[in-house]
Design a protein around this ligand. Structure first.
Ligand SMILES: [Zn+2]
Length: 147
């Protein structure tokens, strides 16, 4: 769908110009009408076709106008969608970074026992819980001494 509308502006303008040239020069009319003149007698049917043929380039031109307008609308919506997706990704990424920073900030708020007060196992780097028994290694009250 995007490919169909991608070049709707230049194609549409070219189409309109060609249609208007056909209309102004009466070329299309001169090409087509003799075919009907040979095969039909005068009558309401012929005069209807005569009119239709005369205005066909204008009808085609208006179709090209519709093509341009719908193309512009579609492309605008398409770009908005792409933009929305990119924005969503950036927000997602920022949230992830923020969470990591929050976790780090939370970690550095506390002081930690170097050995587990419960089982005596040494604290692993960047862990706030004993990796052996799961007990908290936070020294209580250290939260309040932060500068
Ligand atoms: Zn422990």
């Amino acid at each position: 769908m995007y490919k169909f509308f991608k070049f709707s502006m230049p194609i549409g303008i070219a189409g309109i110009v060609l249609s208007l040239i056909l209309f102004a020069t009466n070329l299309y009319y001169e090409w087509v009408i003799p075919v009907f003149e040979r095969s039909m007698e005068d009558g309401p049917a012929f005069s209807a076709i005569d009119h239709l043929t005369y205005y066909t380039p204008l009808i085609i031109a208006s179709l090209f106008v519709a093509y341009i307008v719908s193309g512009q609308i579609y492309i605008k919506k398409h770009h908005e969608k792409v933009e929305e997706k990119v924005t969503e990704k950036v927000i997602e990424k920022n949230e992830k970074i923020q969470k990591e920073l929050d976790a780090k900030a939370e970690f550095f708020k506390h002081k930690y026992y170097t050995n587990c007060p419960k089982c005596g196992a040494p604290r692993e780097e960047n862990k706030s819980e004993c990796s052996f028994c799961g007990a908290s290694l936070i020294i209580e009250g250290s939260k309040d001494n932060k500068s």
